[in-house]
Design a protein around this ligand. Structure first.
Ligand SMILES: [Zn+2]
Length: 124
């Protein structure tokens, strides 16, 4: 996936997030006025915003990874593929799981239906 595509997807998510927050604010106000806030409903709405945050984080991570790959290709140096989303430990392109916390780096699940490919990376 190209950087431009990731940026556009990210922008769309940020917009969705703002909209979701806006509606959540309106909802809380409305419920408060009527004298009852349903915690279950709030939790679901908040969960949706958390989910969007998570997707934005994934896209940021990909942009970071793509930038790093580009720099590595230019310099011909060893390639660090990214940071573990769980503990922020850097990992190499061919790593199957995080060396520190053990989180697997298999094909990333992607709610937007996109898959990331790391290409052109030589083995160490
Ligand atoms: Zn980790």
């Amino acid at each position: 996936m190209s950087r431009g595509k990731i940026r556009r997807a990210r922008k769309r998510l940020v917009g969705e997030r703002e909209e979701a927050l806006f509606h959540l604010g309106g909802l809380v106000h409305d419920l408060h006025r009527r004298g009852g806030i349903d915690p279950g409903l709030l939790e679901r709405r908040s969960g949706k915003i958390d989910e969007i945050d998570h997707q934005i984080q994934l896209l940021d991570w990909r942009l970071e990874t793509l930038g790093r790959e580009r720099r590595a290709r230019r310099s011909g140096g060893p390639i660090e593929a990214g940071h573990c989303l769980n503990c922020r430990t850097p990992f190499m392109a061919e790593a199957q799981f995080c060396a520190r916390c053990g989180v697997p780096f298999g094909p990333m699940s992607d709610p937007a239906g996109m898959t990331m490919e790391i290409e052109g990376l030589p083995p160490t």
